[in-house]
Design a protein around this ligand. Structure first.
Ligand code: GLU
Length: 384
């Protein structure tokens, strides 16, 4: 996607896939501990408008702990881990219920997806989570994601939905991630303390100065703060995704961004597809290798996928989703890619037609050994 500049809201208007993250401080009224329903309806209106113009939308929603703690009679202030997990168990039902109620009035099906850190860091689980989100989007549902707070223990939790949202954006190849928050962007200094503090409209490099501006977490209800948003920006930008930090407390917060409200945009240098390919090419140690014949090499050079029929051998131990080298019969590496089969399954289907896979393996896997979206040529290979 080439984005027109300098229209600062262009990524939001043009992205094919958008992730929007909404923080607890916006969703839950600090006084009553209830959902800000009237405001939420305007956010959902905005999300549906994006969907109507053909954009695919995922919402990452905080608020479970903030909603549940009041219900359980937990006192204000910091919670112990098990208390916040208990609060999340109670609050998540209420949160999901609110989304279902509002979205059903628009005839939109809502899907609740609760993720843990491991779902984005472990390859197998990452692939499963990604496939589920893809299926939900294909089927027209609106995925609403939160961390699975009730089971995530201290060492294995994101703890903040900013980074979770960035991982989700990376997972689905989103071009735009909007973090709606109680602040309207990144400031050169703390605007509550320093009257000369200015909002930074655009960040192209996350330098130590930018990180220093983030300071320490401040918001009362959310756990992220600006530091977590900058970490999220690193993940997003590295994955080729634009990230916007914007005020969410007004009604129709996304429409406001498109109408030019002040906010901070982090701009990536690559598209999600290019960033993904760079990442594949940069794998330090591929888990294994597959050898291909001349016909397959020609096809790869023309931009096609690698089919099992063109593979003559495989070596190494690899799992579905691992990076493998693609080598010619004389051992030269010509490409790298994310393989769709484990080494054991690959051994059974190499040299065979894709239409035979289901019978050979007993399940219907992908037609390709390595799909072209997951494949990157690593050197200009000699013509076969
Ligand atoms: N997962 C937490 C919740 O739903 C929110 C984490 C955050 O504040 O970013 O309450």
């Amino acid at each position: 996607m080439t984005l027109r500049q300098p229209d600062s809201a262009a990524p939001l208007a043009q992205a094919r896939r958008i992730v929007v993250k909404v923080g607890s401080a916006l969703l839950v009224d600090g006084e009553s501990g209830r959902i800000n329903r009237a405001w939420l309806e305007t956010l959902i209106d905005d999300l549906l408008r994006l969907r109507h113009r053909g954009q695919r939308v995922i919402l990452v929603s905080s608020g479970a702990i903030a909603l549940g703690r009041r219900r359980l009679g937990l006192k204000p202030g910091a919670l112990r881990l098990e208390e916040s997990q208990a609060a999340a168990a109670v609050g998540q039902i209420r949160l999901a219920h609110a989304y279902k109620e509002i979205l059903e009035t628009h005839d939109v099906t809502v899907a609740q997806v609760l993720l843990t850190l491991e779902d984005s860091e472990r390859r197998r689980r990452y692939l499963n989570a990604r496939a589920t989100l893809e299926a939900l989007l294909d089927l027209g549902a609106l995925p609403v994601i939160n961390e699975n707070d009730t089971v995530a223990t201290a060492e294995i939790r994101y703890g903040d939905n900013d980074r979770l949202a960035a991982r989700v954006a990376q997972m689905i190849g989103a071009e735009c991630l909007v973090l709606l928050s109680d602040v309207n962007g990144l400031y050169s200094a703390d605007p509550n303390k320093d009257r000369s503090a200015k909002i930074i409209r655009e960040v192209r490099h996350i330098t130590p100065e930018i990180e220093a501006m983030a300071g320490r977490p401040a918001s009362q209800l959310g756990s992220g703060g600006m530091a977590a948003k900058i970490m999220a920006a690193r993940i997003a930008v590295g994955a080729g995704c634009h990230l916007c930090i914007a005020a969410g407390s007004h009604r129709h917060p996304l429409r406001r961004i498109e109408e030019g409200a002040e906010c901070t945009w982090f701009i990536p240098t690559a598209t999600p597809a290019a960033a993904r390919k760079q990442w594949i090419a940069g794998t330090l140690r591929p888990a294994g290798a597959v050898t291909i014949d001349g016909g397959a090499l020609r096809a790869l050079l023309e931009g096609a996928s690698l089919l099992p029929a063109g593979v003559t051998g495989a070596r190494g131990r690899f799992d579905r989703g691992d990076t493998v080298s693609v080598i010619t019969s004389d051992g030269a590496e010509v490409a790298r890619g994310l393989v769709a089969y484990s080494d054991a399954d690959a051994a059974r289907i190499i040299g065979r037609k894709s239409s035979e896979i289901a019978e050979l393996l007993g399940f219907r896997g992908r037609d390709e050994m390595i799909h072209r979206d997951d494949l990157v040529l690593t050197q200009a290979a000699p013509a076969p």
